[in-house]
Design a binder for this molecule. Structure first.
Ligand SMILES: *[C@@H]1O[C@H](CO)[C@@H](O)[C@H](O)[C@H]1NC(C)=O
Ligand SMILES: *[C@@H]1O[C@H](CO)[C@@H](O)[C@H](O)[C@H]1NC(C)=O
Ligand SMILES: *[C@@H]1O[C@H](CO)[C@@H](O)[C@H](O)[C@H]1NC(C)=O
Ligand SMILES: *[C@@H]1O[C@H](CO)[C@@H](O)[C@H](O)[C@H]1NC(C)=O
Ligand SMILES: *[C@@H]1O[C@H](CO)[C@@H](O)[C@H](O)[C@H]1NC(C)=O
Ligand SMILES: [Ca+2]
Length: 458
């Protein structure tokens, strides 16, 4: 596109060329060209509005002596221009040209600026388009991502719902647990109170035991006529508990070593259990052969056995010596003293016999297991005239398996039996005051079981 400015520029250039020609007088003189001069002037007149044609007194131009050129304006008028005039004119126009050149320079700068700006605009446009494109790409990417995120959000929302449900359930459970906790706490408090109560009881018992321990009791002698369960401590043997009691017919300080009264404890037991002892100290029990061996070997003992029939008749048997052998000796009835009593000497045939259980046949009957036959455990020979560890019958029966004590071979069962021992030396000392400290009975005299046991035998 060709602009108005470019046209003007061309015009100015040709004008400059023309003026250069004019400034060289020689050339001008050598080939005077009138017509071009006239055109130039006219051109200049058109171009230069500063000097309007009307103010230019071409018509009044006075011819100068030094004839340089003649300008024919029309048929009648001719303008003669002297060199001085031309110089003046030239000065004027040179000024104008310089001015114009400056203006042109300004304009050129302006154009350059505008062109640069246009270039910059193009660049910006391209960049904008590029950015737009990038944006579109990114937009679609983000749109895809957004969809993804939406889905994820939905997923998460579902999860949140699930968790909310779970939380509600947990809260419900927690509420239930809290309720339970309250009742548990009440129970715990109750149990704590119980623990405190039993601790007190235990301490009491412990005190009793300690008292017994300190008294270093080896027999029931220190307890006299008072019934109770006490700790016995033999040298080289673990302490053990035994019931002690006094009998109106036999005196104080007796130790119960065997008791039958209601059939609540099974007495058909093996060797090992008869060696160690079994049962309940405040009910039916057997003290154990090992203890009997230790006690009867440490000092001389006497034996007292009391019987009660189902018709209520009471009787007794007393032996002034009683010694049991060691386990190696089969817990032999090593020594049985003189009999005294109003039942019968039914243990006599068992003197010097070993003890037998169903799993340890030490009897004299080769072809028979007497313990099995009599359903008991005893110092059987051929086999027995007494069977105090036999089977408990609830009424008086004639049965070889029963609890019997007979002068001859008959088997009438008894309602209750009790075997007791006491150190023999006590007989001579029994009227002397007891100087040893007397600990309290573990089983109190007024406790129901003790009363029950006593009423049974007294
Ligand atoms: C000068 O201007 C007049 C009127 O504007 C025009 O008619 C004429 O042709 C011009 N002369 C030249 C040489 O351009
Ligand atoms: C448009 O952007 C791309 C990538 O950013 C680039 O490689 C390229 O040169 C850019 N084009 C223009 C004209 O800026
Ligand atoms: C971006 O993408 C979304 C969906 O694809 C369209 O609705 C939106 O007009 C786009 N925005 C631009 C600026 O392109
Ligand atoms: C349970 O109860 C006890 C006592 O009432 C309280 O100290 C404890 O914070 C409770 N525990 C819970 C899990 O509620
Ligand atoms: C045996 O003697 C005791 C005490 O001495 C007595 O209580 C009992 O009635 C007597 N029994 C018989 C059968 O004589
Ligand atoms: Ca046998």
């Amino acid at each position: 596109m060709c602009t108005v400015r470019e046209v003007r520029l061309k015009m100015e250039n040709s004008l400059v060329l023309l003026l250069i020609v004019l400034t060289v007088p020689g050339s001008f003189q050598a080939s005077p060209k009138i017509k071009p001069t006239k055109d130039v002037i006219k051109d200049l007149k058109n171009k230069t509005e500063v000097v309007p044609a009307s103010s230019l007194p071409i018509v009044n131009v006075t011819p100068v002596p030094e004839k340089l050129a003649e300008v024919h304006i029309d048929q009648h008028k001719t303008i003669r221009i002297s060199k001085g005039d031309l110089d003046d004119l030239l000065d004027v126009y040179m000024g104008k040209i310089a001015e114009s050149a400056a203006t042109i320079k300004d304009k050129e700068n302006e154009i350059n600026k505008l062109q640069t700006k246009e270039h910059t605009d193009d660049d910006l446009l391209k960049r904008f388009e590029n950015l737009t494109e990038i944006c579109n790409v990114q937009n679609s990417t983000y749109a895809a991502k957004l969809t993804e995120k939406d889905e994820k959000i939905k997923e998460l929302e579902q999860k949140v719902k699930i968790y909310e449900t779970r939380l509600k359930r947990k809260q419900h459970v927690l509420t239930e647990l809290r309720k339970q906790n309250i009742s548990s706490t009440a129970l715990i408090d109750h149990l704590k109170a119980k623990v405190v109560y039993f601790e007190g009881k235990f301490r009491e018992k412990k005190d009793d035991l300690l008292a017994d321990w300190e008294a270093a009791t080896t027999s029931c002698i220190p307890f006299g006529m008072s019934p109770g369960i006490h700790l016995i401590h033999l040298p080289g043997f673990l302490p053990f508990l035994v019931p002690c009691e006094g009998l109106p017919s036999a005196g104080p300080g007796w130790m119960v070593i065997q008791r039958r009264l209601d059939g609540s404890v099974n007495f058909y037991r093996n060797w090992d259990q008869y060696s160690k002892g079994f049962g309940k100290l405040n009910g039916e029990f057997f003290i154990g052969l090992e203890k009997l061996h230790r006690m009867t070997n440490s000092q001389p003992h006497e034996l007292y056995i009391s019987f009660r029939r189902f018709n209520g008749e009471m009787s007794y048997a007393h032996y002034d010596d009683f010694v049991i052998g060691s386990e190696e000796e089969g817990y032999e009835l090593k020594l049985l003293g003189h009999y005294q009593g109003n039942s019968s000497d039914a243990l006599r045939t068992h003197d010097k016999m070993k003890f037998s259980t169903f799993d340890r046949d030490n009897d004299e009957f080769t072809h028979m297991n007497c313990a099995e036959y009599h359903h008991g455990a005893w110092w059987y020979d051929f086999c027995s005239r007494s069977n105090l560890n036999g089977k408990y019958f609830k009424s008086e029966v004639d049965n070889v398996q029963g609890i019997f004590w007979e002068p001859w071979y008959s088997f009438r069962s008894l309602k209750s039996v009790q075997m007791l021992i006491r150190p023999k030396s006590q007989r001579e000392l029994k009227d002397l005051p007891i100087t040893k400290r007397t600990p309290r009975a573990i089983l109190k005299r007024n406790s129901p079981s003790a009363q029950q046991i006593n009423s049974h035998y007294l």
